[in-house]
Write a protein that binds this ligand. Structure first.
Ligand code: DAH
Length: 339
């Protein structure tokens, strides 16, 4: 019996000594001291011993139990230290490494130019108007004096929701909406998204932005239009920029014109940017057609006015000398970071 106890003790101490983790120690505790443990089995069997042997073996067995418990206790502390060291090693934080930089966003070039345009016109006393992107045919075409046969009404050009509703093809319907509600003087610009059934390429997009301008008052002349657009062009493209008005046609203006600016690259000499012309087309404009004024309840005998419509993408591409419209919509940070 004594040899058996000694053997259990040796084996237990050896096992505990080599256990590095808490789980291994717990297994050893169960194996030797647990209810079904080896030592417990011996203590149970003591009934068969003689009366002389019993206290002696009992004493030895208790000593063995005490030694095993002490060894487990000590090994437990060792395991805790070991465990902590392992965790510290795994979770080390190198405070000398550079931190992760949070990159600051910035305005999209379209927003930058739009904000500038808004600044220019609010500086001249204009206010901002808005209208719906899903628009009635009534405002997008009819109120703007567009004949029923006008090619822009074709479904091949315009996105129809149904016969009466379209995705607006221009910001001009906002003119009609404002004039209908407001008596002159009117001085507004109206920026917004517009939609056309175009393929996406370097110069076209099915969605783009326009900025509409409208001024209605007594004695407004083509001179006022020209002066206003000149101020606009010089502020946006530099003092040396010249403008010219070329006769054109829009249903809602009479007379109508396209405004060109002198090429900012060659200053009028002719280069690939302006296709040798020396001039670059920037926007459409004109004196508001009497039919439009009348349809909106404004008396064309008393009031006159001018209007213009600028493509925001177009003036942004020129402004930053970008040669592909699609770059503005790709949202590639490597591109956008440059502005
Ligand atoms: N709405 C025209 C277009 O999309 C642009 C335009 C031309 C607007 C002349 C105007 C204007 O207000 O007077 O092509």
């Amino acid at each position: 019996m004594r040899e058996k106890l000694q053997q259990i003790l040796d084996q237990a101490l050896c096992e505990i000594g080599s256990a590095e983790e808490k789980e291994a120690l717990e297994a050893a505790r169960v194996r030797y001291l647990g209810k079904k443990g080896e030592l417990t089995a011996i203590l149970r069997g003591m009934g068969q011993l003689s009366a002389e042997e019993r206290p002696l073996i009992g004493q030895i067995a208790n000593e063995v139990r005490g030694k095993i418990e002490a060894a487990i206790e000590e090994a437990g502390q060792r395991a805790a230290v070991f465990e902590l060291e392992r965790r510290l090693k795994k979770e080390t934080l190198d405070v000398t490494l550079p931190g992760k930089r949070i990159t600051l966003g910035k305005k999209h070039p379209l927003t930058t130019v739009l904000d500038e345009v808004i600044d220019i016109f609010t500086g001249m006393g204009y206010s901002i108007a808005e209208g719906p992107e899903v628009e009635l045919v009534h405002y997008n075409f009819d109120m703007l004096n567009a004949p029923k046969t006008h090619p822009s009404r074709e479904p091949s050009d315009t996105f129809y929701i149904n016969d009466e509703i379209v995705l607006r093809t221009q910001t001009s319907p906002i003119q009609a909406r404002v004039m209908e509600k407001t008596q002159p003087p009117i001085r507004i610009i109206a920026p917004g998204r517009v939609f056309r059934n175009d393929e996406f390429d370097a110069t076209h997009s099915p969605m783009f932005h326009q900025i509409e301008g409208l001024v209605i008052d007594k004695n407004i002349t083509l001179g006022d239009l020209k002066g206003t657009l000149e101020t606009f062009a010089k502020t946006l493209y530099g003092e040396e920029t010249a403008i010219r008005l070329r006769p054109s046609y829009f249903p809602f203006t009479e007379p109508s014109a396209e405004m060109d600016i002198s090429c900012f690259k060659c200053h009028g000499k002719g280069c690939p940017m302006c296709k040798g012309e020396g001039w670059i087309e920037v926007l459409g404009c004109g004196m508001v057609h009497p039919n439009v004024l009348r349809a909106c309840g404004i008396d064309p005998e008393i009031y006159t006015g001018f209007a213009f419509g600028v493509g925001l993408e177009r003036i942004t591409l020129f402004r930053y000398k970008i040669d592909d419209l699609r770059l503005l919509f790709d949202n590639d940070e490597r591109f956008l970071q440059q502005f």
